[in-house]
Design a protein around this ligand. Structure first.
Ligand SMILES: NC(=O)c1ccc[n+]([C@@H]2O[C@H](COP(=O)([O-])OP(=O)(O)OC[C@H]3O[C@@H](n4cnc5c(N)ncnc54)[C@H](OP(=O)(O)O)[C@@H]3O)[C@@H](O)[C@H]2O)c1
Length: 267
C-alpha cells in the first residue's frame, strides 16, 4: 500500500514516518494551490494520504486567519477532492466552547477559537468532498525530543524542563503519547469515513495528572493551580468500538517513560 504523509517533518508526521518507514513524505504544502495538490497526487498516486500538515498554534491562527484558513481548511479540502482515501487530523479544541462538562462525544463540537472553527469547517467540507474521509480529533500529544526533528512544547517536556507550572485542578483533558497515535494510524486509515475522537482518555484532572508525573519521576517542579479552565475531555468509545484502543493517559505516560528509560534516570 502506498502511503503519502503530509507534514512529514512535523511533530506527528515525523513519528508516523518513523513507524511506517515505507511511507512517502510529501513536499511542503505551504502556499500550495489546488493544481499543485492535484499534480502531486497524480505523480505519487497513493492509496492513502495521512494529512498532518497544518498551522496548529492557536495564537498563530488568530494572528493570521487567512493563512490558517488556507492551511487548515483549503489544503485538506483539495486533498479530499482528489478522491484518494484521506486521513486528516483535527483537534479536541473543537470542544472548547461546549456548555456541559463532558466527556464529549463526536456530535457535541462547539469551538471557541479560530483554529478550532477552521478545523470543524475542514471536517465538514472534507466529508462533503469525499464521504470516505477519516477525521481524527487528537488530544494534546507528547514525546521526548528526537535528534534533528522539531519538537513542540508538550506536557512531558514542559514538566521535565520547568521549575514551576500551572495546571487546573478542575480541568479534564487527556494527553496522548504520539507514538501510539502513529502506531494506530493505519488502523485509522481502514475506518469508515467520519469523525473520531482519537487518543487516550483521562479520568484525572490535569493538576492530578501533573502531580502524579512529578511524584513518579521525582521532579523538582512546583505545580500551581491555574484555576478554572474549560474541559477538553473526549469520550473515545467510537474508535474503541472500531477496535482501536489507546492506553489511558497515565499508562501512556508510563509507556513513554519506559521507552526512554526515564524512570531509571530519576532514581
Ligand atoms: N501537536 C499536538 O499536540 C496536536 C494536538 C491536536 C491536534 N493536532 C493536529 O495534528 C496535526 C499534526 O500536528 P503537529 O503538531 O505535527 O503540527 P506541526 O508540527 O506544528 O506542523 C506539521 C507540519 O505542518 C506544515 N505546515 C506548517 N505551516 C504550514 C502552512 N502554512 N501550510 C501548510 N503546511 C504547513 C509543516 O510542514 P512543512 O515544513 O513540510 O511545510 C509542519 O512540519 C495537525 O493537524 C494539528 O492541528 C496536533
Amino acid at each position: 500500500m502506498k502511503i503519502l504523509v503530509t507534514g512529514a517533518r512535523g511533530f506527528v508526521g515525523a513519528r508516523i514516518m518513523d513507524e511506517w518507514n515505507e511511507a512517502i513524505p510529501a513536499p511542503s504544502l505551504r502556499g500550495a494551490n489546488e493544481d499543485a495538490i492535484r499534480q502531486l497526487l497524480d505523480t505519487v498516486d497513493p492509496d492513502v494520504i495521512i494529512h498532518t500538515a497544518a498551522i496548529s498554534d492557536i495564537p498563530a491562527c488568530e494572528k493570521n486567519p487567512d493563512a490558517s484558513y488556507q492551511a487548515n481548511v483549503e489544503i485538506p479540502v483539495w486533498l479530499a477532492k482528489t478522491g484518494v482515501k484521506l486521513v486528516a487530523f483535527s483537534t479536541d479544541q473543537v470542544y472548547s466552547g461546549c456548555n456541559d462538562e463532558g466527556p464529549y462525544r463526536e456530535e457535541a463540537a462547539e469551538p471557541a477559537n479560530l483554529y478550532a472553527r477552521h478545523k470543524l469547517e475542514m471536517e465538514r467540507r472534507t466529508l462533503e468532498a469525499n464521504p470516505n474521509t477519516v477525521l481524527l480529533r487528537a488530544t494534546w500529544m507528547y514525546d521526548m525530543p528526537i535528534y534533528r526533528i522539531a519538537n513542540r512544547g508538550n506536557f512531558l517536556v514542559n514538566m521535565l524542563r520547568n521549575k514551576e507550572l500551572s495546571f487546573s485542578s478542575t480541568q479534564h483533558r487527556a494527553v496522548t503519547y504520539v507514538r501510539e497515535v502513529a502506531y494506530h494510524i493505519m488502523e485509522a486509515a481502514s475506518l469508515p469515513g467520519g469523525v473520531y475522537n482519537y487518543g487516550s482518555e483521562n479520568e484525572f484532572t490535569m493538576m492530578d495528572t501533573a502531580l502524579w508525573l512529578k511524584k513518579t519521576l521525582s521532579l523538582p517542579i512546583m505545580i500551581h493551580d491555574a484555576g478554572l479552565l474549560h474541559n477538553l475531555w473526549m469520550d473515545c468509545s467510537r474508535i474503541k468500538n472500531n477496535g482501536i484502543h489507546f492506553n489511558s493517559t497515565l499508562d501512556g505516560l508510563r509507556e513513554c517513560m519506559e521507552d526512554y528509560g526515564l524512570c531509571e534516570i530519576s532514581r
